[in-house]
Design a protein around this ligand. Structure first.
Ligand SMILES: [Zn+2]
Ligand SMILES: [Zn+2]
Length: 736
């Protein structure tokens, strides 16, 4: 048996909370470091592990295995990321391995295939002469080598040796692809526009904190058009001047070429971009450029938080209230909260920006935990566009049975806007044609066969672009039956509005208007999103109809009229954040109007003109909304006044899920004095999803600690039965 002097703690991308110890052979002692991946045998497989620590103390483990090989020359995770992973595991109740592997590009998680790569400076002539010498290597061509598609096999070894000797070789693990040499860096930062006083004040506060050094979080609350992005850009410039790096998080939906442009036009090729549309190889390259220092700024969606910046000074979280910052699979972290933690670990600055901050952030700012930076005015000095509430109850009363989709005032406003040659945006956060197919005889709603949700009728949403019934949760598709399948005879009526239906209505009412629709269905194809945007910019579209996709991240300078077709959408959802979400979305969509020199107006069609969230949104009164909502949350002991933990038990067999949930709830309730309130179990609001029944237990506590403690106790005593899947979600963003 080999004996070792050095021992490595290793984790794997699995839910096991255990940390494993492997021996480090003397040959690897000089090169191994925490944060490196390695190849080890785990169970019966060769797999990828991550070194989290090293020790000279021999563990008391029989048959200690050793590390086979190291996969990294440099650690791929920085020391602060290793600590952040520990924190995530602890806070979100997942394994350290899950947390750490979630930080890396997905290509890093596989057992690697290595590919031969050529250094950027490799000359064709030199390489081809090497190829000519290695006679056994017929078939390997310069082009393949340059493209990085030649896998390392035994056959290739002689060529590898030859290339290595000549200094032209680079070994690439994972995805094949060309080594792009990044162009020479342009170190100058372009000048931005002059700041107005509110911006100047906000920037000075951030600058002061940067000079002072150390960790600090700011909440930058600025109305749409107040120039928040300019503050991000200036703060980044300051950080770069100090020789540090910055991370900018933007919700995926808002991460458009237009958004990225704002950063690249200021900082040139010092900007790396990370988003889900990148190929795996490109993702790795962008990611690594933050480690090598080739890039100093990374702009990206949620996971860009984990870019391996070695010298991080600033993290910006734009639209910090967005629920998409929460990952909906393990590790279920919230990137905004993890960003604050990372800033703390590196002693840097976190800037959270929003026009409508989350109540959690508002609460923290009020309590003095965050510095509050307010920018209540638009840069163009124009007032925010007026919102007019249209009471649909009244409309329906006076216009009788035809239940208009567009109220008379909105219809009139569209007509006027068309006449002026300006653009209209119609917003409804529901795609499809009809959101409900209802039997007129027995009252049944047609439901998805695997989910307990009504299916949506699409006129052109099917995979072949034909009409279909579609489940928005599992993508089930089926034909619209002529007769009700439940009572075998009732006629089916399509009710409930979707964006397709509005498109239909506009075509009838304004046949001369040029219309575009932007939702998940029209933007699925690569590039279609951009091509719609281009048409709008070129004024080839008079009326744009869309879901939340149009509300976020876009500037539509030509839009002067916004019509919110159904302002109440989402208000009735059984979730304590539903009013907050509606408020945020309404203010956000209103912000699309009148962004250039012309004034804009917004029509909000609603059945609830007296609803406090809608009333507050209609006058942009975040203050009033925040106060009334915080008071309500306090009374009901909901976040930010409490912490929530959600346990969901899922099974194909209803009884198994409900029994497992029952057993857990009984156990949790019996833990007197735990400081955790238990609610449920109850069927989830979506009681069945993708063929699985779902039962949930809600845990409430003043602080997060007691929830984790009671969960650990649960796991030490009760095992989740076979065939049942348990999901633990701390700080859940959705209770549905
Ligand atoms: Zn029926
Ligand atoms: Zn479904």
């Amino acid at each position: 048996l080999p004996s070792f002097n050095l021992f490595a703690e290793i984790v794997f991308p699995v839910p096991l909370k255990q940390v494993f110890t492997y021996g480090v052979s003397p040959a690897l002692e000089g090169s191994i470091q925490p944060g490196m991946r390695c190849s080890v045998s785990f169970g019966r497989r060769q797999t990828v592990g991550l070194v989290t620590g090293l020790s000279r103390v021999a563990p008391n483990v029989p048959n200690l295995k050793s590390i086979n090989s190291l996969m990294d020359i440099q650690p791929c995770l920085t020391p602060d990321l290793l600590k952040l992973g520990q924190w995530m595991a602890d806070y979100y109740y997942c394994s350290v391995g899950e947390a750490l592997f979630a930080m890396m590009p997905s290509g890093y998680r596989k057992n690697p295939k290595a590919f031969l790569g050529l250094k950027a400076e490799a000359q064709r002539e030199a390489v081809e002469s090497l190829l000519a010498q290695a006679g056994a290597l017929r078939g390997v061509k310069w082009d393949n080598l340059k493209a990085g598609t030649v896998p390392v096999t035994a056959r290739i070894k002689p060529l590898m040796e030859a290339l290595k000797k000549s200094g032209l070789l680079e070994l690439k693990l994972g995805e094949p692809g060309e080594m792009k040499s990044r162009e020479k860096q342009t170190h100058e930062t372009k000048q931005g526009p002059a700041l107005h006083p509110q911006q100047q004040a906000a920037l000075s506060a951030i600058e002061g904190a940067l000079k002072e050094g150390g960790f600090k979080t700011f909440l930058l609350q600025g109305v749409t058009g107040s120039g928040k992005t300019e503050i991000y850009l200036r703060a980044i410039a300051l950080v770069l001047e100090a020789g540090k790096q910055a991370i900018v998080l933007i919700p995926e939906i808002a991460l458009t070429p237009q958004t990225v442009e704002r950063f690249t036009s200021r900082f040139g090729d010092r900007v790396a971009v990370l988003h889900s549309r990148l190929g795996a190889g490109e993702r790795v390259r962008q990611w690594e450029s933050m480690a090598t220092g080739d890039a100093s700024v990374v702009v990206g969606a949620r996971s860009a938080l984990f870019a391996p910046a070695k010298n991080l000074g600033l993290i910006v979280v734009d639209e910090e209230h967005e629920s998409s910052y929460k990952q909906d699979e393990s590790p279920r972290y919230n990137a905004r909260d993890a960003a604050i933690k990372r800033a703390q670990l590196v002693g840097g600055i976190a800037v959270l920006g929003s026009a409508t901050p989350s109540l959690e952030s508002l609460h923290n700012a009020k309590a003095g935990k965050y510095g509050l930076l307010l920018m209540p005015d638009r840069v163009n000095q124009k007032p925010l566009p007026k919102m007019r509430l249209v009471d649909l109850k009244e409309e329906w009363k006076t216009r009788g049975a035809d239940r208009p989709i567009l109220s008379l005032p909105l219809e009139e406003a569209i007509r006027e806007t068309l006449a002026k040659g300006e653009q209209t945006l119609l917003f409804l956060n529901r795609r499809g044609f009809s959101t409900v197919a209802l039997c007129l005889q027995c009252g049944e709603q047609l439901q998805c066969p695997s989910c307990s949700v009504p299916v949506t009728f699409h006129k052109s949403g099917g995979t072949k672009n034909e009409q279909t019934l579609l489940c928005h949760y599992c993508n089930w598709q089926g034909p619209l039956p002529e007769k009700c399948p439940s009572c075998k005879g009732g006629p089916i009526r399509l009710v409930g509005l979707g964006t397709e239906r509005i498109e239909d209505e506009i075509a009838k009412k304004f046949p001369e208007a040029r219309v575009a629709r932007m939702d998940l269905d029209t933007t699925r194809r690569m590039g279609s999103h951009e091509s719609i945007l281009k048409k709008i910019m070129k004024k080839e579209v008079d009326i744009l109809i869309g879901t939340q996709m149009v509300a976020k991240g876009h500037d539509f300078p030509g839009v002067t009229l916004v019509g919110v077709v159904g302002a109440d959408t989402g208000l009735a959802l059984p979730d304590f954040r539903s009013s907050e979400r509606v408020f945020q979305l309404l203010v956000q969509v209103a912000g699309r109007a009148g962004r250039a020199d012309k004034e804009g107006i917004i029509y909000l069609q609603t059945f609830n003109p007296e609803h406090p969230s809608i009333k507050a949104a209609s006058v942009y009164d975040f203050q009033a909304f925040g106060e009334q909502e915080l008071a309500l949350r306090k009374m009901l002991f909901y976040p930010p006044f409490s912490r929530l933990g959600l346990l969901v038990y899922r099974s194909k067999v209803e009884k198994n899920a409900s029994q497992a949930a029952e057993q857990t709830a009984r156990f949790l309730r019996a833990q007197k004095g735990s400081g955790v309130e238990i609610f449920g179990p109850a069927p989830a609001a979506i009681a069945k999803l993708r063929g699985q029944y779902r039962f949930q237990i809600l845990m409430k506590s003043e602080k997060p600690g007691p929830i984790r403690q009671v969960l650990a106790l649960l796991d030490s005593k009760i095992e989740t039965p076979k065939g049942v899947l348990r999901v633990v979600d701390l700080d859940p963003q959705s209770l549905l």
